[in-house]
Design a protein around this ligand. Structure first.
Ligand SMILES: [Zn+2]
Ligand SMILES: [Zn+2]
Length: 257
């Protein structure tokens, strides 16, 4: 399985892009500003999109991409998200004020179809088994465990301290865990309030994770990347913990620990 990291930052600036992963060219996981790294031809290959939550940094690329491919697309795109996320997209994005309602355009065959999903659901998309994971964040959010039968990874989505997650991941046994550590240990309260982890929270959470997966950190706050990674490595000497960068192409299995 090829995971192309188009965006993985907690912000923008100086080339940084927000959460957007492309799997084997056809399945998009979140649609942040990383979408802009795709050529028109590559956007046209996308068939399915799974969204973790409705925060702007995870969806802003979607309406722009639909407008870009509108004249040339041959197949509708299927989007999967929590019912609350679908409602948010309909009410706040595809409402004819912020953007045209692409769920009704073109009339004969709308370019995007919205499919509600729930935590615990199993999807089968593009030959991959996808399990919808619980996430802890101030707005309804999920993560995803994605397997092609041979290799697998889990992505927490935007996620804070979340004790419901670990028993599930201990069963799923992902080869790779992509996990949100947005903040340094110095801003513990901000991290708790905003539903993200600090390095110390990560260390506490990984104590409940019994599978020796490789761990990659995502959603780091711009300007604090080096401190976050230093703190993670210091607290987790027994884990292989690396920073995700946009432009990374991860071919699973990636360097097992
Ligand atoms: Zn968020
Ligand atoms: Zn985010």
């Amino acid at each position: 399985m090829k995971i192309e990291i188009l965006g993985c930052s907690g912000g923008i600036g100086n080339g940084l892009k927000t959460t957007t992963f492309l799997l084997d060219e056809q399945l998009l996981v979140d649609a942040g500003t990383g979408v802009e790294l795709l050529s028109l031809d590559r956007m046209l290959q996308i068939r399915d999109v799974v969204i973790t939550h409705s925060h702007l940094d995870h969806i802003v690329g979607l309406p722009l991409m639909l407008a870009t491919i509108y004249d040339q697309h041959k197949h509708p795109i299927n989007l999967y998200a929590l019912p609350e996320v679908i409602t948010a997209l309909q009410n706040h994005i595809f409402n004819w004020t912020v953007w045209p309602d692409y769920t009704t355009l073109p009339e004969a065959q709308p370019i995007i179809r919205l499919h509600p999903i729930n935590v615990g659901d199993q999807l089968k998309l593009q030959g991959k088994d996808i399990k919808v994971l619980p996430a802890a964040h101030p707005t309804p959010t999920v993560g995803y465990f994605i397997s092609n039968g041979e290799n697998s990874f889990a992505f927490t989505g935007d996620n804070g301290i979340n004790d419901a997650l670990w028993p599930i991941l201990n069963t799923c046994k992902p080869d790779l865990l992509i996990i949100d550590v947005s903040f340094t240990d110095e801003v513990d309260e901000l991290a708790r309030l905003s539903g993200h982890l600090t390095p110390s929270h990560l260390a506490d959470q990984l104590a409940s994770f019994t599978h020796p997966a490789r761990v990659m950190i995502t959603h780091l706050k711009p300007g604090f990347e080096d401190t976050i990674m230093q703190q993670c490595r210091q607290l987790l000497p027994d884990w292989q913990v690396d920073r995700l960068h946009h432009g990374d192409i991860l071919n699973l299995p990636v360097c097992p620990r």
